[in-house]
Design a protein around this ligand. Structure first.
Ligand code: SAM
Length: 312
């Protein structure tokens, strides 16, 4: 199988990786292995531990595992990053120089017609990234109108969430909704005027985030990363939608002493807790015009970096 994923903002990520020392790195979102490969080829690596919840990644990791004995891919969710590292009999406290999260989906997942991530191809309703407890098929056909509209609003910021949920409930009285085409046609009926993006965009995003528990996964992983990092170690994140980016921003701000939240969707932050991070990027870094031209999927990317500081 060919790896169709083009690594996003890799040059910018590389520019924050030290070249003069041996590094222990976690690539928490291995995907097609683009980042891991470039890091192994260009930096002095003690060990590189990669994680991905999708078993598909095992396939792309084979070549790297054969070539580098300091590389290992673990199949699991990064929300359990501490336990995954511990299971490998690696000391899981303060030993990593970098933990990298290149969030979202790889092109290999997005373009697989069997997985149902895209409304552009007709597929069964699945959207699981791997290690999932739910499928979109169950959610769409079993959840109540309120549950559905809450999901669309909370995770898709969809202003027609109620209308769409109502249409889904009506449609499934006749028959179960089974495919991405059926679902996106129902969503389209809820939009009465032309929208800049495909009407299905926000609802599909919401369903994907919900069934993969993406925001909880990310917030658990960020919190746990603090213990895994050495002092002066860095967390690097590349995010692709505003909910994800706001979560990272809030986490970085809060842990670097700026105690406010950027969105009413997130819980109030308390004033206490140690200051553990220093912001390296005050504002997110965006891909260059050239990159967005070559790889349009990079256009919504936002890169943020924070460094662990010593706790006095
Ligand atoms: C954008 S891709 C990463 C691409 C990679 N940097 C590359 O260059 O090929 C994101 C990957 O993160 C994985 N992923 C998303 N959420 C995850 C989670 N909670 N735990 C582990 N892997 C996750 C997805 O399965 C996907 O393969």
């Amino acid at each position: 199988m060919e790896n169709k994923h083009i690594p996003v903002m890799i040059e910018e990520v590389k520019s924050y990786i030290p070249i003069n020392k041996k590094l222990n790195i976690i690539d928490a979102t291995f995907g097609g292995g683009g980042y891991s490969k470039i890091i192994l080829e260009n930096f002095k690596i003690g060990k590189l531990i990669a994680i991905d919840r999708d078993p598909l990644s095992n396939f792309f990791a084979k070549k790297l595992s054969a070539k580098y004995n300091n590389f290992k891919l673990i199949n699991g969710c990064f929300g359990e990053i501490d336990n995954l590292i511990e299971k490998e009999n690696l000391n899981n406290t303060s030993q990593f120089d970098l933990i990298i999260f290149d969030l979202g989906l790889s092109t290999n997942q997005l373009e697989d017609p069997k997985r149902g991530f895209s409304f552009l191809t007709n597929s069964p309703l699945n959207m699981g990234m791997g290690h999932n407890k739910k499928t979109v098929l169950d959610v769409i056909n079993k959840y109540s109108e309120d549950q559905l509209s809450n999901i669309f609003y909370k995770f898709g910021e969809e202003k027609f969430s109620r209308k769409i949920a109502k249409k889904i409930i009506n449609a499934r009285k006749i028959k179960d909704i089974e495919s991405t085409n059926e679902l996106s046609n129902i969503i389209k009926q809820s939009y009465n005027k032309k929208s800049k993006i495909d009407p299905a965009t926000r609802t599909f995003q919401a369903l994907r985030i919900y069934i993969n528990d993406e925001l909880n996964e990310l917030s658990k992983a960020l919190e746990k990363s603090l213990n895994l990092l050495k002092v002066q170690g860095k967390i690097i994140t590349v995010s692709f939608h505003s909910l994800e980016d706001r979560l990272v921003k809030d986490f970085f701000n809060h842990n670097s002493g700026k105690r406010w939240r950027s969105s009413r969707h997130y819980p109030e932050l308390t004033d206490d807790g140690p200051i553990t991070l220093k912001l390296i990027t005050k504002k997110p870094i965006r891909p260059s015009d050239l990159e967005t031209k070559i790889n349009p999927r990079s256009r919504s990317a936002k890169l943020r970096i924070a460094e662990k500081i010593s706790i006095n």
